[in-house]
Ligand binder design. Structure first.
Ligand SMILES: Nc1ncnc2c1ncn2[C@@H]1O[C@H](COP(=O)(O)OP(=O)(O)O)[C@@H](O)[C@H]1O
Ligand SMILES: [Mg+2]
Length: 229
């Protein structure tokens, strides 16, 4: 479903005019329904890699194939469509709109996507998903009235509302306490199984990673298996 072939990414380092190579040579294959966790220390390029996978950023060289289509060759309009329909994102900070209710926040991605047969169908899916994450009594609350863990659950539901094939999560528990982190990790794994959505999580927490699926480590710009520790 997803394949990276010899992906490299470098940035111009400010001031010196030289370049910094963040990703050197990433080759990766992810099958439908898989759950992959990428660990690595801060600054190792995890966000850069996830943004390239999610078509938010372009590699300097190499190819990114999503459903056998090369993302580096698509137009901006097509990339926007793929991002909105096929890919769900969860970030460390939830990026919920403070003035909107929980239900409204979850429905935002549906406003530009016509895959829902009706507004009502989208609302029903939103309410169902919010119930599954235990927020059925918070539909009309605003983000400011929720705990950090609850806000992140709203962000997870919003990421899933358009039934994406791929769910990407960048340090989804990075601003949560231990208990809330575990709950989010369990929720992601549960949704990976029940919704059949392919999951890729990046985190600096190995402990959390090991609960979530196949673990790979990003270090020195390359990705290595570390499923057996
Ligand atoms: N837009 C950018 N311009 C220049 N350097 C960047 C940019 N984005 C990230 N970097 C650098 O790339 C490296 C990896 O960053 P990042 O992917 O955010 O790592 P991680 O998510 O693992 O902490 C860091 O050294 C960072 O400073
Ligand atoms: Mg990061």
């Amino acid at each position: 479903m997803l394949e990276l072939v010899n992906v490299a990414k470098s940035y111009e380092s400010p001031g010196t005019g030289g370049t910094v190579c963040v990703l050197k040579d990433i080759t990766l294959k992810v099958e439908k329904g898989e759950s992959l966790v990428i660990v690595g220390p801060s600054g190792s390029g995890k966000s850069t890699l996830l943004n390239i996978i999610g078509a938010l950023d372009e590699p300097t060289s190499g190819r990114v194939l999503f459903d056998a289509r090369d993302l580096t060759k698509q137009s901006d309009v097509e990339l926007a469509r793929i991002r909105n329909r096929q890919i769900g994102f969860v970030f460390q900070l939830h990026h919920l709109l403070p003035q909107c209710t929980v239900l409204e926040n979850v429905l935002i991605p549906t406003l530009v996507d016509r895959s829902h047969s009706s507004k009502q169908e989208a609302q029903e899916r939103a309410a169902n998903l919010l119930e599954r994450v235990g927020l059925q009594d918070h539909l009309l609350h605003r983000p400011g009235e929720l705990s950090g863990g609850q806000r992140q659950r709203v962000a997870v539901v919003r990421a899933l509302i358009n039934r994406p094939k791929l769910l990407l999560a960048d340090e989804p528990t990075g601003s949560l306490d231990e208990e809330a982190s575990q709950n989010i990790a369990e929720l992601l794994v549960e949704l990976n199984r029940s919704e059949g959505v392919t999951l890729i999580v990046v985190t600096h927490s190995l402990q959390l990673a090991q609960r979530m699926g196949h673990v790979m480590e990003l270090s020195g710009g390359v990705l290595k298996d570390r499923s057996d520790g």
